[in-house]
Design a protein around this ligand. Sequence first.
Ligand code: UDX
Ligand code: ADP
Length: 453
Amino acid sequence: MKIDSICCIGAGYVGGPTMAVIAQKCPNIKVTVVDLNEARIAAWNDADFDKLPVYEPGLADVVKEARGRNLFFSTDVDKAIDEAQMIFISVNTPTKTYGAGKGMAADLKYIELCARQIARIAKSDKIVVEKSTLPVRTAEAIKSILDNTGNGVNFQILSNPEFLAEGTAVQDLHNPDRVLIGGNDAEAIQSLVDVYGNWVPKERILTTNVWSSELSKLTANAFLAQRVSSINAISELCEKTEADVSEVAKAIGMDSRIGSKFLKASVGFGGSCFQKDILNLVYIAKSYGLHEVADYWEQVVIMNDHQKHRFAKNIVRTLYNTVSGKKIAMLGWAFKKDTNDTRESAAINVAQDLLNEEAKVAVYDPKVEPAQIQFDLGEQFEGVTIENNPYETCKNAHAVAILTEWDEFVTYDWQKIYDGMLKPAFVFDGRNILDKQKMKAIGFIYNAVGSSN
Ligand code: UDX
Ligand code: ADP
């Protein structure tokens, strides 16, 4: 089937950028992105491209090019389903907060609601594409709902997990390492291969069976997160042994079998995927009775939690075992640079720990809205101030903690920051982005993850 109309349910961090790029690269396909969230759709349609709900370098230009031409954002889910030949499901799949699998399994209620809606509306054959990261064998459940509640039309299910990383979404979509398409029907697979074939070289479009595709996505995220936890485990050892984790990472990364990427020690990984997907993998393994497999992967998350709490504990210990009443300036709230996403950000845990110790926390992030920080902290937000200027944020602080590796933090006038702080002035660099010698020369007591002072 040659595709000329696509609908995507879910206008979030995955659905929005992915569909914008498909529309940009396939001007002959009408792409409609729908969401129940009216404010979100309004923001995607905003005349001011700075107000798009997802901040990604280069995204505004892509949306500018395609919106109104063949890219549309709407809240009319039924109409978009009805019109499309191919429907991407890109809704959120949070970790379950209730019942069996609470805290571990993926909550598939939004997926199921989508499937039921598609079944109810569809009056012609549709290809349904799983874009959200899903547990293995979800396609089977979707297929069963569609076939049993549908209007007798034919549904094909494909798995097409998204590997884009936030902050580099547009780049990753324009030039993916690979596009993975899992399915059981050759014709349906080919339809989607042809869509991506508009800009992705053939040899990078990989087709597999549905289950391999679903499992590959969880596995890729588990491996990536494992690398971060591995280097973070070594960072703690470095702090005790006068080894320097950046030097260790460089030395091991030059081994081509290990590779140099994803070896940056940090305050801990965040983001909407890593923890959720690993816990999901752990849950699936357990549900098959594979307890050793489950424990093995769970350790990646345990190590990450340890790293986040250890960072906060180190601040308290270094500040003479109390931060009560002391101002601690936190630079960065997003889970990594170049995104406004704060989901599972290490900054949240560190702030919570410091607030529990009665610190006065001041936060500055170049892209995260104050309302988001308030949402992330709930009632604990009371103890927090937010300035829109980093120098004010650091003024009269006992310590500055760097939580996100924003480029601009490196170029600040650190002498000016030092001059405005209480002495001794401490810096806790959770991302190893500042120059240790320079910071020490200014007079800071500089602590970095993975090296002794
Ligand atoms: C990840 C996967 O990379 C992507 O393929 C998948 O589609 C979604 O999940 P994302 O969560 O956007 O993408 O960000 P990523 O760049 O992977 O970083 C995740 C976290 O790990 C961030 O908090 C980051 O700061 C941290 N990290 C990453 C490190 O601490 N050290 C590293 O060396 C790399
Ligand atoms: P992701 O990072 O996976 O893209 P987000 O939470 O950013 O996740 O986006 C998912 C979007 O899906 C949200 O904007 C949410 O409103 C939307 N959504 C969830 N369920 C439905 C549904 N049944 N119909 C339409 N949109 C939905």
